[in-house]
Design a protein around this ligand. Structure first.
Ligand SMILES: [Zn+2]
Ligand SMILES: [Zn+2]
Length: 367
């Protein structure tokens, strides 16, 4: 069949909207008609080449939601007509990691991260050129074929754009607090970076009943937004010394937890500086692969400061995503206010320009 997608042929050049050939779903695969796709910083990292995966040409986009239109043999998770959320980290349910409460580390990742189907083949072409899909899902595409492990059925009353965001920034941010850090009620929390994921670390901290929620960002408009989502204090490093201000707010001890949501060695180091003895730094943001941490070993040890990595919110996608959508339905998670702009697929390059300009908390492509 034919589909229309946004193809990246060259790093740092605009996406090309064009017609592509799509093969039908094979064993264990599903054809999804995409209805909404989120524009995320990780997509930008693919566009700029900061992330070297997948190979080019590729369809970026890893956040999405849509309707299953066709299923291949052996598919038992969904049927045609089901509404689904796209999962950029699939879980198969039976590998070592899935059976040891780390489904976000599932063996399937190695295939989908390479942008191909699990059997190493492609379903998408332009002429005789194979097109790769970011994390095996390539959501900036009106139709796409993916393994059934990359979709999760959702209730039909959940808006597609809400489901699209929940599958990445929301579960990562809230999961970092509830699953990775296991923030305790009454805690003090510093969030470095108040973008799409950072805001959800703030929302997660509210859910965990943290009582000092301190948002750090260089942009005042993002700090304003952080307050709306539950930050109790904000710090702009251009105007105030972050370490001094956090110490002031935490009785001179430092915070219980700090989250680096940007992904930079300097900000992880800042996190170490703002936590108390026995505190934890949670690394949520993903920066360039060649960056290295440079931290003093002994002070970390004698103050028992911990560094913890957080991938996909350390989540069990099936149970956690359902929980998050339930929290949305009863008004405990504000997902509507996360969306700052909507774009057509044809206007997707404008969406990225707005993301770079700091105008978007979250932009959504409506297919
Ligand atoms: Zn994302
Ligand atoms: Zn698995």
């Amino acid at each position: 069949m034919k589909t229309t997608g946004a193809v990246l042929y060259k790093h740092n050049s605009p996406l090309v909207i064009e017609e592509l050939e799509l093969d039908p779903p094979q064993k264990g695969e599903v054809l999804v008609e995409m209805k909404a796709a989120g524009i995320c910083h990780s997509d930008l990292s693919v566009l700029t080449g900061v992330f070297q995966m997948p190979p080019l040409p590729c369809i970026p986009g890893h956040e999405g939601a849509g309707i299953v239109r066709e299923v291949g043999p052996g598919v038992d998770k969904v049927k045609p007509g089901d509404h689904v959320m796209i999962l950029w980290a699939p879980s198969c349910g039976h590998c070592f990691f899935c059976q040891h409460e780390q489904p976000y580390m599932c063996d399937f990742r190695q295939f989908t991260r390479g942008g191909m189907m699990p059997d190493g083949t492609h379903r998408l072409r332009k002429g005789d050129i194979n097109i790769f899909n970011m994390t095996g899902v390539g959501t900036f595409n009106r139709f796409n074929v993916m393994t059934q492990n990359c979709v999760l059925p959702i209730d039909k009353d959940i808006p597609f754009e809400i489901a699209a965001l929940t599958g990445c920034g929301v579960i990562t941010g809230v999961g970092a607090v509830l699953n990775t850090a296991k923030v305790k009620p009454g805690s003090s929390v510093v969030i470095i970076g108040s973008g799409g994921v950072g805001i959800n670390v703030i929302q997660g901290s509210v859910l965990a009943a943290a009582t000092k929620i301190i948002a750090v960002d260089l942009l005042d408009n993002k700090l304003e937004m952080a307050k709306k989502f539950g930050a109790t204090h904000t710090i702009n490093p251009n105007k105030e010394n972050v370490v001094e201000r956090v110490m002031q707010l935490t009785g001179g001890r430092g915070a219980d937890y700090a989250f680096d949501v940007v992904g930079s060695p300097q900000l992880v180091a800042l996190g170490v500086d703002v936590i108390r003895r026995g505190g934890k730094v949670i690394m949520v943001g993903m920066g360039p692969a060649d960056q290295k941490l440079d931290l003093p070993l002994t002070p970390l040890l004698v103050m028992e400061k911990s560094l913890i990595s957080c991938y996909y919110g350390s989540s069990d996608m099936c149970t956690d995503l359902t929980m998050l959508l339930d929290l949305y339905k009863i008004g405990r998670l504000d997902l509507d206010s996360l969306i700052s702009n909507r774009y057509s697929l044809e206007d997707i390059n404008q969406g990225f320009a707005d993301l770079v300009a700091g105008k978007n908390l979250r932009g959504v492509v409506e297919m």
